[in-house]
Design a protein around this ligand. Structure first.
Ligand SMILES: Nc1ncnc2c1ncn2[C@@H]1O[C@H](COP(=O)(O)OP(=O)(O)OP(=O)(O)O)[C@@H](O)[C@H]1O
Ligand SMILES: [Mg+2]
Length: 462
C-alpha cells in the first residue's frame, strides 16, 4: 500500500473518536484479514468470519507488527472503530487510487473466465510495467479492495477481476478503483438463480462498461449478443473481440492439439500472428482474445501479445488442471467451479483430449441456478452423452437430473453411475479407468469435488 498514517486512515474510514491507536504511526501495508499474514507496518482488518471472528486475532496481528487495526468493536488492542469494515476497506481503496493518477486500471467481468482472462492479461501487461493483479479470485467487496490496497507508487497497472452477485456490486467495485479499461467476457447462467434471470445477469455485468469514462475503452465480446449490446451503455470507445468476422481482435483457424490446447491465428488491425495456448479447452480462446485486446489497448504490439499468450500459464489452480498419471490415466481437475456454459466447455475439451482413449466425467451439481436448475442439469447430461463418454459418474441428489438427460439422449452409449459423495465417486472411477483414459472432474465449489480429483492424482488422500 502507499504509506498512510493511522490518522489519515482514521479520517478516510470515518473511524470514531479516540481509539488509543498511535495516530502518527505509518501503515505501509500489506492490508491483511488473516493475522498470520500480518507483518511490520500492516493494517489488520478484523472481519467476522464463518468459523472465527477476526476481532479475536487482532492481538496476534499487533504482536506480528501490524501498525493499525480496523474493527467494528474493541478488540483488546488499540483499533480504529468503524461501523463496517468492508466499507472502510472500500473507502481506503478509493482514496488510494485517487492518489495515484498515473495508475492504469483494467477490470474484467463476465459469467465465466474472469480469473483466467485476468491471469492472462496480467502475464501480458507485466512486460509493460509493474502490475498488480488479484490472487486467485479476489473479486468481491472484500477481495477487490484488498487487491487494490496492494498497489504502490511503483505500480503502473492494476488488472482487476470483478464479480457480481446482484445489481450494484460492479458499480461499487468500479467506484473503489475507477477503471480506464473494462472487458466483459460473457453472460451466462452463473448465479442466474440469485439474480432472477439471465437478463438481470447482463444488466449487472453491463455496469462495468457503464462505469467507463469517455476516454476509456470497453472491450466487448462480439460473439455474445448480450455483451455486444453493452456498447449502448458505455461512453467509452468500444473494441470488440471474438470469432465473428467483424471483431477488432479476432481468432481465426482455431484448432485443438491432442492435449486439448487451442491454437489460432490472432488477427488485429496490425496484422496476424500465431498463438498456441498452454491452457486446455477451446473456451480459453475467448479469454485469450479479451487479454489480447486489453494488452493491445495498453500499447503492446501484436507479436509480443501473441508470444506472451503462447507462453502464459494457468496461475490459478483447479481450472482444467491436467495431470498425467504414471499409469497412463489423465485427470482433468476442473472442480474449481461450474455453471452450464463451463460444463459444456469442459466436456468438449474432454472429448478432444480422450481421442484414442475413453472419456469419463465425474460431475457434481451446479449451484445458484434457481428454478431452472433441474432443466440445466438435464441439459448437462445430454451434453455428456454427446461428448461420447464411456462413463458418467454423477455425484449427489441435486445433480441427479444429469442422469435423465444422458439416458434420454440417443447418442448415450456409456455407463451411468450415481454415487452419494466424493469418496464413492473416486472409488467408482478408480475401478474403471486404465491406460489412455481421461477423467474430467467438475462441479460447483459447494460440491467439493476437488477432493475426487486430488484423490485420483494422488495429491491428497480422500
Ligand atoms: N469463456 C468461457 N466459457 C465457458 N466456460 C468458461 C470460460 N472460461 C472459463 N470457463 C470455465 O469456468 C471455470 C472457471 O474459470 P475462471 O476461474 O477463469 O472463471 P471466473 O469467472 O473467474 O469464476 P468465478 O466467478 O468463480 O471467479 C473454468 O474452469 C472453465 O471450466
Ligand atoms: Mg474468478
Amino acid at each position: 500500500m502507499i504509506p498512510l498514517t493511522v490518522a489519515e486512515i482514521a479520517e478516510i474510514t470515518g473511524a470514531a473518536g479516540d481509539c488509543g491507536a498511535d495516530l502518527a504511526a505509518v501503515v505501509s501495508g500489506p492490508v491483511v484479514i488473516d493475522s498470520r499474514q500480518a507483518e511490520p507496518g500492516s493494517l489488520f482488518a478484523a472481519l467476522p468470519g464463518t468459523r472465527a471472528d477476526g476481532h479475536e486475532f487482532a492481538p496476534q496481528a499487533v504482536a506480528a507488527g501490524a501498525a493499525a487495526v480496523l474493527a467494528t468493536r474493541p478488540a483488546g488492542v488499540p483499533a480504529l472503530i468503524v461501523p463496517d469494515v468492508p466499507a472502510a476497506l472500500a473507502a481506503l481503496a478509493q482514496a488510494v487510487t485517487a492518489r495515484l493518477p498515473g495508475l492504469t486500471i483494467a477490470a474484467i467481468t463476465g459469467s465465466a473466465g474472469k480469473t483466467t482472462a485476468k491471469d492472462l492479461t496480467a502475464q501480458l501487461v507485466e512486460s509493460l510495467g509493474t502490475t498488480v493483479s488479484p490472487r486467485a479470485s479476489f473479486n468481491n467487496e472484500i477481495g477487490h479492495p484488498l487487491t487494490v490496497l496492494r498497489v504502490t507508487e511503483q505500480t503502473r497497472y492494476l488488472i482487476a477481476e470483478m464479480s457480481a452477485r446482484g445489481p450494484g456490486h460492479i458499480t461499487a467495485l468500479c467506484a473503489m478503483s475507477p477503471p480506464g479499461l473494462g472487458a466483459v467476457l460473457c453472460v451466462g447462467h452463473a448465479h442466474a438463480g440469485v439474480f432472477g434471470s439471465i437478463d438481470d445477469v447482463a444488466r449487472a455485468k453491463g455496469e462495468l462498461p457503464a462505469a467507463l469514462p469517455a476516454d476509456g475503452v470497453a472491450v466487448l465480446n462480439r460473439d455474445d449478443q448480450r455483451v455486444l449490446a453493452m456498447a449502448e451503455r458505455t461512453a467509452a470507445r468500444v473494441v470488440t473481440f471474438g470469432r465473428s468476422p467483424g471483431a477488432d481482435v479476432r481468432a481465426a483457424d482455431v484448432g485443438l492439439d491432442d492435449a486439448g490446447r487451442p491454437g489460432f491465428t490472432l488477427i488485429t488491425q496490425a496484422g496476424a500472428a500465431p498463438v498456441r495456448l498452454q491452457l486446455h479447452g477451446e473456451h480459453n480462446v475467448a479469454n485469450a482474445l479479451a487479454a489480447a485486446a486489453l494488452a493491445g489497448q495498453l500499447g503492446m504490439d501484436l507479436e509480443a501479445v501473441a508470444a506472451g499468450l503462447s507462453a502464459a500459464t494457468a496461475r490459478s489452480r483447479w481450472r482444467m488442471e491436467v495431470t498425467h498419471r504414471p499409469d497412463g490415466v489423465t485427470v482433468i481437475n476442473d472442480a474449481y467451479n461450474a455453471n452450464p456454459e463451463a460444463v459444456a466447455a469442459a466436456l468438449s475439451a474432454l472429448a478432444t483430449m480422450a481421442r484414442g482413449g475413453r472419456a469419463f466425467a465425474v460431475l457434481g451439481h451446479m449451484t445458484e441456478l434457481g428454478d431452472q436448475a433441474d432443466g440445466l442439469h438435464e441439459q448437462a447430461g445430454r451434453q455428456a452423452a454427446r461428448a461420447g463418454l464411456a462413463g458418467l459418474v454423477v455425484v449427489g441428489e441435486e445433480a441427479a437430473p444429469m442422469l435423465d438427460g444422458a439416458k434420454a439422449d440417443p447418442s448415450w452409449h456409456g455407463e451411468l453411475v450415481h454415487v452419494p459423495d466424493a469418496a464413492a465417486a473416486a472409488a467408482a472411477v478408480a475401478e474403471r479407468v486404465g491406460r489412455g483414459d481421461v477423467v474430467l472432474v467438475k462441479a460447483s465449489r459447494a460440491a467439493n469435488l476437488q477432493r475426487v480429483a486430488l484423490a485420483l492424482t494422488g495429491e491428497m488422500p480422500l
